[in-house]
Design a binder for this molecule. Structure first.
Ligand SMILES: Cc1ncc(COP(=O)(O)O)c(C=O)c1O
Length: 419
């Protein structure tokens, strides 16, 4: 009987169950990858990420002749991933001097980088200005004070102002960022004074307004509402609509397609401001979530009141389920199917270290290889060393070849800062 194939909305494009009954990603058998690179490991289908990058560019090109797509590198801050999106025509959004260093290491030209942050340090801004980055998204008046001092005026520094439009999309409160009471940006009461202040600084060029209302957004209608509130602040040449498109984490998730997303954003901009405005967008999650799977080894299966399948990773490589209850699904990599109700748990010293509550695995046993798909967004980004965990490598797989782009951490890495 033919094996059931992995749900294509969740797994990397082109993933399949091969003749040995094992998952293949990027043309590579994941059992072989686990043997070669160990577990836990992040396996990225390079072709998936390129296809999504090209798909989003094409979707916006259908809708607008003046647009710029910027990869929100916080979703997967890794030089190779930044390089991939730069090669596909994306700019790069960074949220600190650290992310700036990663983007530059990926070969992203400084002029294609934009810096964000609600608590930028002097160092963040100094680096950004001295390196000549493309734009700085100003979040607060202190950003403006510092930029007035740091920019020498020989060339104007392009800026956008981040506005909190008071709109809350239907998503988890932890990733809703543009509502009426948020730590991000200028609210509508304070925005007019901030705009006037920015326009009064000769060394700055206020190119337009920015908002980011949240992440993992399925219902696209709030983008038009957000633009309508911005209309009260004047008419600018450019608007950055901040990414936010949802990704499919489980087979039941069906986010809007890229063409639907681009049409909603371009349509909203045209209907609120008319033609002749530049559209910027800075997605992260929807570009990188589904291109990556995490491989884990099962270390123990315990039948207490419930069945606990414990793997060699957990909240150190995927913090999202513990931070805000994000749902994932899992499979045994060479035995897709279900039948055993269990909790997929990590190895960390917290009862809350549960990767998937109420998972359904096919007769899990110690030594099995477990795959969790859709881990590309904010997984590697939030990885940590809790319990001395060595952060996993990032492996790029393409056409049956695999290469390490971020190596696994070592004990020496854990100790490198101790003096
Ligand atoms: C300012 C800003 N832009 C873009 C993004 C990317 O959002 P997403 O990954 O949902 O597309 C974020 C995510 O937090 C953000 O804070």
């Amino acid at each position: 009987m033919a094996e059931a194939q992995p749900p294509q909305n969740v797994y990397p494009i082109g993933s399949r169950i091969n003749e040995l009954g094992r998952l293949e990603v990027g043309g590579c058998d994941v059992v072989e990858l686990a043997r070669e690179f160990g577990t836990p490991s992040y396996i990225v289908s390079e072709d998936d990420m390129r296809a999504r990058a090209q798909g989003l560019q094409a979707a916006f090109a259908e809708q607008s002749d003046d647009f710029e797509l910027i990869f929100a590198s916080k979703a997967f801050p890794c030089a190779a991933v930044c390089a991939l999106f730069a090669e596909e025509g994306f700019g790069c959004d960074v949220a600190s001097a650290g992310e700036l260093a990663i983007a530059l290491a990926g070969g992203v030209p400084a002029a294609r980088i934009q810096m964000h942050g609600n608590a930028k340090s002097e160092l963040d801004l100094e680096r950004a200005v001295n390196l000549g980055i493309g734009a700085i998204v100003v979040d607060n008046l202190r950003d403006l004070d510092r930029l007035e001092r740091l920019v020498d005026g020989s060339a104007k520094q392009k800026i956008y102002l981040r506005i909190a439009p008071g709109v809350s999309p239907d998503t988890h409160p932890a990733i809703s960022t543009g509502g009426p009471n948020t730590k991000f940006g200028f609210d509508l009461e304070h925005a007019p004074a901030a705009i006037a202040r920015a326009q009064a600084i000769d060394s700055l060029e206020l190119a337009g307004l920015h908002f980011h209302i949240g992440s993992q957004i399925f219902d696209l209608s709030p983008f038009e509402g957000a633009l309508q509130t911005l209309a009260s602040l004047g008419d600018f040449k450019a608007y950055n609509l901040g990414g936010g498109l949802a990704a499919a984490y489980t087979a039941q998730d069906h986010p809007p397609s890229y063409p639907e997303y681009a049409a909603a954003k371009a349509g909203a901009l045209a209907s609120v401001f008319g033609p002749g405005h530049k559209l910027l967008d800075e997605p992260g999650r929807a570009l990188v979530a589904n291109g990556c799977v995490t491989l884990y080894s099962v270390e123990s299966v315990k039948r207490n009141v419930d069945t606990y399948v414990a793997v060699d990773g957990g909240m150190s490589d995927n913090l999202r389920p513990m931070l805000y209850g994000s749902r994932y699904e899992a499979q045994i990599a060479d035995r897709f199917g279900g039948g055993t109700a269990c909790h997929l748990v990590g190895k960390h010293c917290e009862s809350g270290d549960i990767l998937i509550r109420d998972a359904d695995l096919n007769q899990p046993a110690a030594g099995d290889l477990v795959v969790v798909p859709a881990t590309g967004a904010y997984g590697h980004a939030m990885a940590n060393n809790y319990n001395g965990a060595l952060r996993p490598p990032v492996i790029f797989a393409s056409n049956g070849d695999a290469r390490v782009v971020v190596r696994r951490e070592s004990d020496d890495d854990l100790l490198v800062r101790d003096v």
